[in-house]
Design a protein around this ligand. Structure first.
Ligand SMILES: *[C@@H]1O[C@H](CO)[C@@H](O)[C@H](O)[C@H]1NC(C)=O
Ligand SMILES: *[C@@H]1O[C@H](CO)[C@@H](O)[C@H](O)[C@H]1NC(C)=O
Ligand SMILES: *[C@@H]1O[C@H](CO)[C@@H](O)[C@H](O)[C@H]1NC(C)=O
Ligand SMILES: *[C@@H]1O[C@H](CO)[C@@H](O)[C@H](O)[C@H]1NC(C)=O
Length: 766
């Protein structure tokens, strides 16, 4: 029994998992090559050198880019959200590890674009956690008080991330982040797997590493074992039935053994914590709380290491598995106009310092400047000023390549085009805006050349000042670069400046980024995804149609030997049972893989026989109840008519002619009902009924429509004001007064069918 296992094992080659980290990387990236060995599915190079995944789709081998694979996941998530919310989803916030570089981030954004999702923000995992923590906290310090410092620690499946945040009421600022991108729960699983592989090899002479399925099962069992060891320090057994070559294997481990095995992993926990404290210049005493999230923080030794480092207990306020997703959902609600959420401002930090490199014009030398230092606030824009006579190139790169877990330190090259010398041959002033945007992605976003204009072109002056103001609003920091070889005398004297009117001319920028999907490729992916969504939809409809046939067969077979038995004659029963059996056989053989229409027709054929039986059964269920109800109503109106004849106080205000209508209607319906009951008595259950429940319902309505307005007429208001309307109390049916005084004061005088009359009893009619 345990030889059958979950999808991931049975469809190992076609189940794609753990692919997020392949985004924005080359196939021959060392990280990708190392991961490739551990995967149960095939990675192949794409034409553009990127990572492709080879899977079977619609019985054919297909290669999908990692962006497409993520797009499929996003489609699934989008559909799940839509079916729960019952409305379309267009906006999203997607989390990324804080150590994701621009190429990885852009690739993930492309995946969102393939699905047509509008990604409002790529949010760093730990920032999402911090938002999830802060937005619900009622006791955060006021802005003038000392902010609360909280360290967040996340050890998930494949990475270890930490961040320090300062909280104000309604504001959070990330002070710093640190990480070990290769330390996560899976490393601990790996230790167990290696240990048991060695044990199985020596004990059973079997090598699990030679069989993907066996290895995957071992991984799953070790993960379970790891979880058990987290809550239980005694020996825990590991048993796997028919593991390989029909052999059952077993072993055991306990927590202290496990901790010894993982000593090197546990040692690595301290390093990012040290780095975080060093970067932020925080002392452990400054930290008000340490919040841990992520599945692997459930390992007691991991928790202990963190607590020991900070010299205080760690808190587990947040949901360990969902803290990041919840933070993203909150951020999305804040950013999306569709929701109203408490204001909570989030200032993130740039994980890697970013520098710009350029050639100076006159000599063949280079200029370098770090535009965003480590932990610089983000999103953020800066404006740089250059003096140039022609187009020039800027190169952006991570200034500390060793700190970046990515093989390429270049971010991109940007050519500032259309730069020309001024009319007097002087260099032009070129302003270049650089930005780390809300996704944490660097860009040279705009460039403009400042040109003097003749005095008569007055309108340009105002344009200039408007632009200047706008720029000043955005710039929180402004810095000025002058070339080393530039003599002071070359510049126009400061005093003259205000008299020269200038305008800004936008300059085109040609960007050449590391790992950018081309527009054509992206459009092709969008088209392919659309086709696959359509294909999935058709496939789902086809499956639904097939399932409907299957369900019908099983349901009817059960009911024919149960509740429906009496409602079908012997001959029909035999014919129908034979058809059901034949259809069942067909479903598993030649009818296993048919077009939707074939299943629809099969179902229709079955229904031709089934529906009359079903109908007779339902009629027989409803008929007695409806007849009883009709009987009650007839009795009720007949009683009122009797009381009227006896000059009862209650009905003295009703016109005699009208009451005669009631009497007449009652006797007609009584006759109809008697006929119906005697006709039905001659029928057996396997025959179609003589009277249908819909007819009884119609009669009931007719009776009520005629009689109810008459008998519920309010008494005219007489002098004595204490007189109440006792009607509704008396009848066993409540009539509803709609609260419109005008109507109740006026004596009503209609006795005709007025189904929409407000005093008509509301009944469930078809
Ligand atoms: C707290 O609020 C004040 C005033 O708004 C601000 O200057 C300060 O930077 C804030 N601190 C944090 C940690 O955001
Ligand atoms: C854990 O296992 C080791 C090695 O088998 C053993 O020496 C130790 O006593 C065990 N500890 C517990 C608490 O069972
Ligand atoms: C711990 O695990 C052992 C072995 O599976 C079991 O016998 C014991 O009841 C467990 N103890 C607790 C507290 O769960
Ligand atoms: C397990 O089965 C494989 C293939 O059937 C065979 O080559 C191998 O020798 C077997 N190993 C053992 C230890 O029986």
């Amino acid at each position: 029994k345990s030889c059958q296992s979950v999808c991931q094992i049975t469809h190992a080659h076609n189940t794609v998992s753990n692919f997020k980290r392949f985004h924005g990387r080359a196939f021959n990236d060392p990280f990708v090559q190392k991961e490739k060995e551990k995967l149960s599915y095939d990675l192949v190079p794409m034409k553009n050198g990127g990572v492709g995944v080879k899977v079977m789709y619609m019985d054919e081998e297909h290669i999908f880019s990692v962006e497409q694979i993520s797009a499929m996941l996003l489609t699934k998530l989008k559909e799940t959200a839509e079916s729960n919310l019952k409305k379309p989803v267009t906006d999203c916030v997607i989390s990324v590890p804080s150590f994701f570089t621009d190429a990885e981030r852009r690739s993930l954004l492309d995946a969102a674009q393939i699905v047509g999702l509008n990604c409002l923000r790529l949010m760093n995992d730990m920032t999402a956690v911090a938002l999830n923590y802060g937005i619900y906290k009622q006791d955060l310090p006021a802005p003038e008080e000392k902010p609360r410092i909280v360290v967040f620690v996340d050890m998930g499946h494949s990475a270890f991330q930490v961040s320090a945040c300062a909280f104000n009421k309604s504001k959070l600022k990330v002070l710093g982040t640190a990480f070990d991108p290769f330390l996560g729960g899976r490393n601990f699983d790996g230790k167990l797997v290696d240990y048991f592989c060695a044990e199985i090899k020596s004990k059973y002479k079997l090598d699990p590493k030679t069989k993907v399925r066996a290895l995957l099962r071992l991984y799953q069992e070790c993960e379970k074992l790891k979880k058990l060891m987290s809550s239980n320090s005694t020996d825990i057994p590991l048993n796997i039935e028919c593991f390989m070559n029909d052999t059952d294997v077993s072993g055991k481990m306990n927590r202290s053994q496990f901790e010894e095995l993982c000593a090197d992993l546990l040692q690595r926990i301290e390093m990012p914590l040290l780095s975080l404290m060093e970067q932020t210049q925080l002392k452990v005493e400054d930290v008000n709380a340490v919040e841990i999230v992520g599945g692997a923080t459930r390992i007691p030794a991991v928790k202990e290491r963190i607590a020991k480092f900070f010299g205080k207990d760690v808190s587990t306020t947040l949901n360990a598995d969902e803290a990041i997703a919840r933070g993203c959902a909150l951020q999305c609600a804040i950013l999306s106009p569709a929701f109203k959420v408490r204001e909570f401002s989030v200032t993130d930090a740039t994980p890697f310092p970013i520098s710009l490199l350029w050639n100076t014009e006159a000599e063949d030398t280079e200029g370098v400047h770090e535009v965003f230092s480590r932990n610089h606030a983000a999103p953020f824009s800066k404006v740089l000023t250059f003096y140039r006579k022609g187009p020039f190139e800027l190169e952006a790169f991570y200034s500390d390549p060793n700190g970046v877990p990515y093989p390429e330190s270049k971010i991109g090259k940007y050519v500032i085009q259309n730069v020309a010398a001024q009319k007097d041959g002087e260099k032009s002033k070129v302003k270049v805006k650089v930005r780390v945007n809300t996704h944490g992605i660097f860009s040279v976003s705009t460039a403009s050349m400042v040109e003097p204009v003749k005095n008569e072109e007055c309108e340009d002056v105002s344009v200039e000042t408007e632009v200047e103001k706008e720029v000043r609003k955005i710039i929180l920091f402004f810095f000025f670069l002058t070339q080393t070889n530039e003599k002071k005398g070359d510049q126009p004297p400061e005093a003259k400046k205000p008299k020269i009117k200038v305008k800004n001319v936008e300059l085109p920028i040609e960007a050449n980024l590391v790992w950018q999907l081309g527009k054509d490729l992206l459009n092709m992916y969008i088209e392919t995804e659309g086709k696959m969504i359509m294909q999935d939809k058709l496939e789902k409809e086809r499956n639904d149609a097939k399932n409907a046939v299957e369900e019908y067969v099983y349901e009817f077979r059960d009911k024919l030997s149960g509740p429906y038995e009496k409602f079908v004659c012997e001959k029909d029963l035999q014919g129908f049972s034979a058809l059901l059996a034949e259809t069942e056989g067909w479903l598993y053989e030649e009818g296993e893989d048919e077009a939707k229409q074939v299943y629809v027709e099969k179902l229709e054929n079955l229904k031709k026989l089934g529906t009359p039986i079903e109908m007779r059964f339902q009629e027989a269920e409803e008929r007695p109840k409806l007849l009883q109800e009709l009987g009650h109503r007839l009795q009720y109106y007949a009683t009122i008519a009797g009381e009227f004849k006896n000059k009862d106080e209650k009905y003295i205000h009703i016109d005699e002619m009208e009451m005669m209508k009631v009497e007449k209607c009652v006797s007609e319906v009584v006759e109809w009902m008697n006929n119906a009951v005697s006709a039905q008595a001659k029928k057996s259950l396997d025959q179609d009924p003589a009277v249908h429940s819909s007819e009884i319902k119609a009669k009931l309505q007719e009776l009520n429509n005629v009689c109810e307005p008459v008998v519920t007429q309010p008494k005219p208001k007489v002098d004595s004001p204490k007189e109440e309307n006792p009607l509704s109390e008396q009848s066993d049916y409540k009539t509803e007064d709609m609260g419109d005084d005008k109507n109740s004061e006026m004596p009503q005088q209609n006795g005709e069918c007025h189904p929409s009359d407000q005093n008509t009893i509301n009944m469930d009619l078809d």
